[in-house]
Write a protein that binds this ligand. Structure first.
Ligand SMILES: [Zn+2]
Ligand SMILES: [Zn+2]
Length: 258
């Protein structure tokens, strides 16, 4: 079954507009499940991010998707989620910000460590084991909250140091995800645009640990879905490693602490 839980909208300022266009494209391509996971509105009080919706845009995002979910019921299952970083100091506030809305899931996408402003952007080359270990520690803490239904592009950290160090840290990360029952996403945006991820070495470690893996289109435009060859090459790579592919996620709706 063809599914996707990872698509963005114009609200993050770097994706195309038109939720309906994404759904129509997904229908045309034979998807049975299509989830949106735009960049979550982080509850910053001291900073305005340019790569995510603002808190005041959350209602429009969720309401738009709720209406489409009803309209397309029976044709395709539309789901409402967010791609979220885990910033320990802000996480309770984030869950409280989202609590009033009928969203269905969060996916962990740790683009920054500690904080977006002044924090480390994880796609910048880093040769220090301490930096990579920090990424693993923060993601492990996130996974252990039980708030995340999937871990997207887990291999986004761009480590340029020794391969043995990378393998050991990624094995630790994969074990944490497996222990928490959180599937890993094999990111088709990175694959199709030749980014530093997906990293084949990471996926060898995931195969050794025995993680569950789901394909994620990370669509920033409806036309991105019109690439059956991209999916085919991802599937053949994952199958060649003997990875356990899944097609659906168990969606976990986190709850804010009272
Ligand atoms: Zn991402
Ligand atoms: Zn994304």
């Amino acid at each position: 079954m063809k599914t996707n839980y990872h698509a963005h909208t114009h609200r993050c300022n770097h994706a195309e507009t038109g939720e309906r266009r994404y759904i129509e494209a997904a229908l045309k391509e034979g998807f049975k499940i299509f989830g949106f996971a735009d960049h979550v509105p982080q509850p910053y009080t001291d900073f305005r991010s340019g790569m995510r919706m603002q808190p005041e845009e959350t209602a429009d995002y969720v309401n738009t998707l709720c209406a489409l979910k009803e309209e397309y019921r029976g044709e395709i299952d539309v789901h409402i989620g967010f791609e979220a970083e885990y910033f320990p100091a802000l996480f309770d506030d984030l869950l409280r910000l989202l609590e009033p809305y009928p969203y269905e899931y969060l996916m962990l996408g740790q683009h920054f460590l500690d904080h977006e402003r002044g924090g480390t952007y994880v796609a910048v080359p880093c040769a220090e084991e301490a930096g990579l270990a920090h990424y693993v520690d923060q993601c492990a803490e996130a996974l252990n909250t039980g708030a995340f239904s999937c871990f997207v592009h887990p291999d986004i950290f761009r480590f340029t140091g020794e391969e043995a160090v990378y393998r050991a840290q990624m094995r630790r990360l994969c074990r944490e995800a497996k222990g928490c029952g959180v599937p890993l996403e094999y990111n088709l945006l990175g694959l199709g645009t030749h980014r530093h991820y997906p990293n084949p070495i990471f996926w060898e470690e995931a195969a050794a640990v025995g993680n569950k893996v789901i394909l994620g289109w990370d669509a920033h435009a409806p036309s991105w879905l019109e690439q059956p060859q991209l999916e085919a090459s991802a599937v053949s790579f994952l199958d060649s490693l003997g990875l356990r592919r899944i097609e659906t996620l168990t969606l976990v709706r986190p709850r804010a602490k009272a």
